[in-house]
Design a protein around this ligand. Structure first.
Ligand SMILES: *Cc1c(COP(=O)(O)O)cnc(C)c1O
Length: 362
């Protein structure tokens, strides 16, 4: 028998969350962002749930190739654009749209030999200071691109640094609008947080990632239930041993947890080598056969321990949900686990380890 741990990808939840995203910007087209192998879900596995999107946005040319091999003929956007000259040949061959965020990418386009002009998304740096042309250089970049026979339609793009909280998006949006107002072309500005919290400014295309994967982009201000999102990934494993503790007994490496009274604990076949964060402290929520409980002591490589003192029916073979949906329908939001690890659901999803078997639930 393989080790009793499994991740499940929920196809219908992906489709449902995509619909929820659309509700916030009914007039916009939706890029399903599938970078990082669909936030750890696997592009092939997530594809069935996301095929209702208007396009797929990603970073990696191999991932773009994967989306085309899955039979997708609609738009595909490279969010970081091309990295070297020959990437443009692949853009031509696979009909990829690409971001242009720096002069070098315009140079590459100018040197590209093609009869079919390419659709590009010109990116403005409105304050994130990651990718994009400074606002006062944007028009020159547009003018240069617009003169190239290799370039077809030019769209406008920026990315917000604070859409999930304060100071919000107003300042960046004002800069973007001031420098694009009289330029022709479609606009795209919103990630999940901007879409859910500031849907009204969504532009022609929106770019939700994390919301499609069922996590609230502004947790804990709002949770997934507030935004009407369903978990798209469940991580579960079985109890492979039970220990009865006396007061004073400790659990795991470093004896970080000490029982104050007799306790019953379960040892779960999931550890940090499966992608469960080692930094999750005692008290991180879990579901044992769908009932709320908590972790105890340090997470080790292949195992972690959970409290079963108040769950007399639970025992060897019980299923522990580390995040996602239990068989009885109870949900443990991945955001709640991520918060205990001082990180975001993004990181947990992306870190799901290769060794965990994954099944796709239709
Ligand atoms: C990752 C990414 C997104 C999606 O962000 P979420 O917070 O997951 O919604 C949108 N736009 C760009 C440019 C990105 O890199």
């Amino acid at each position: 028998m393989p080790r009793p741990i499994q991740a499940t990808i929920h196809t219908q939840a992906l489709a449902y969350n995509l619909q929820q995203a659309r509700r916030h910007a009914p007039d916009a087209r939706v890029w399903a962002v599938v970078k990082a192998n669909a936030y750890g879900h696997g592009i092939e596995r997530a594809f069935a749930g996301l095929r209702g999107a208007d396009g797929f946005a990603l970073l990696d040319l191999a991932e773009a190739q994967c989306v085309r091999l899955l039979g997708w003929r609609g738009p595909v956007l490279l969010l970081e654009g091309v990295f070297e000259q020959r990437d443009l040949e692949l853009c031509s061959r696979l009909d990829l749209w690409h971001t242009v965020h720096c002069e070098q990418q315009i140079d590459m386009l100018a040197a590209h030999k093609t009869n079919v002009p390419q659709r590009v998304f010109l990116k403005m740096n409105t304050g994130m200071n990651r990718l994009g042309f400074a606002p006062n250089q944007y028009r020159a970049a547009w003018t240069r691109l617009n003169a190239l026979p290799q370039v077809d339609e030019i769209s406008h793009m920026t990315h917000f640094s604070d859409a999930d909280g304060t100071p919000g998006v107003a300042r960046q949006m004002a800069v973007f609008e001031a420098h694009t107002a009289d330029l022709p072309g479609e606009r795209t500005v919103s990630n999940s947080a901007a879409l859910l919290r500031h849907g009204g400014l969504s532009g022609d295309w929106v770019r939700p990632g994390i919301a499609v994967y069922g996590s609230a982009p502004d947790y804990p201000a709002h949770d997934a239930v507030h935004w009407g999102l369903q978990p798209t990934m469940t991580l579960q494993a079985q109890i492979i041993a039970v220990q009865n503790l006396q007061a004073g007994d400790t659990v795991g490496y470093g004896s970080q947890f000490c029982a104050e009274a007799p306790m019953r604990i379960g040892v779960v076949a999931c550890g940090y080598a499966d992608g469960y964060p080692r930094v999750c402290p005692t008290g991180t929520p879990v579901l044992v056969d769908g009932a709320p409980s908590r972790t105890l002591g340090r997470v080790s490589m292949d195992m972690l321990s959970v409290d079963m003192t108040d769950l007399p029916q639970a025992g060897q073979g019980s299923t522990v949900t580390l995040w996602g949906r239990a068989a009885n329908g109870a949900v443990l939001p991945i955001d709640a686990v991520a918060a205990k690890a001082n990180t975001l659901a993004y990181e947990l999803m992306c870190a799901l380890a290769q060794r965990v078997p994954v099944v796709v639930e239709e």
